[in-house]
Design a protein around this ligand. Structure first.
Ligand SMILES: NC(=O)c1ccc[n+]([C@@H]2O[C@H](COP(=O)([O-])OP(=O)(O)OC[C@H]3O[C@@H](n4cnc5c(N)ncnc54)[C@H](OP(=O)(O)O)[C@@H]3O)[C@@H](O)[C@H]2O)c1
Length: 161
């Protein structure tokens, strides 16, 4: 399953000048609990922002550069990264940034989204999506954000087969 994880404002801001424009400890911890130990797929800019890769999981980085990294798999395309992820197990967690969300939202099965309650300005955005394609299955309220889980509607049918 391809699972997107993101935090955004209600206006879909996810980043500003290569940074995340908020620091909300409770959201950071929540995010960590979701992704720690998992197979993570990310763009090169997001990878560069992660100071300490999470323990015991697999990091897969997409870049056009021919680089090697001792703590991550490096792939030259999103398709290549998804194939690599399958070697580690059925689920891959797509953790950004904007360019990677744009390239995977059309094929993702599930989205785990934190909506930050305060507004922030930014220049990186999560793609717009429609409730024609996505069904909200749960909402959990926290002090500074709401955590909302969506599944792609076609999967609801498949779940009953
Ligand atoms: N709020 C959140 O949940 C969240 C999560 C993650 C990131 N962010 C924010 O998002 C922003 C970063 O997003 P971004 O779009 O600039 O960067 P990004 O998606 O993290 O990385 C972009 C880079 O990934 C590589 N790439 C992307 N598509 C590729 C493809 N099809 N084939 C090969 N390489 C590919 C390229 O690297 P090369 O240039 O090396 O070829 C590209 O420059 C930051 O502001 C960050 O803080 C927010």
């Amino acid at each position: 399953m391809i699972i997107i994880v993101a935090a955004m404002t209600r206006n879909h801001v996810i980043g500003k000048d290569n940074l995340i424009p908020w620091h909300i400890e409770e959201e950071t911890q929540h995010y960590r609990n979701l992704v720690e130990g998992k197979t993570l797929l990310m763009g090169k800019a997001t990878f560069d922002l992660m100071k300490h890769p999470y323990a015991h999981g697999h990091d897969i980085v997409v870049t056009h550069s021919r680089i090697n990294h001792k703590a991550a798999d490096v792939c030259g395309s999103v398709d290549g990264a998804l194939k690599k992820a399958k070697e580690y197990g059925p689920d891959v967690f797509v953790i950004g940034g904007q360019s990677i969300y744009e390239q995977t939202i059309g094929i993702a099965d599930k989205m785990l989204l934190s909506y930050i309650k305060k507004d922030y300005e930014g220049n990186k955005f999560f793609p717009k999506f429609s409730n024609v394609e996505w069904r909200e299955v749960s909402v959990e309220e926290f002090t500074d954000f709401a955590y909302v889980v969506y599944i792609r509607k076609r999967n609801q049918t498949l779940q009953h087969i």
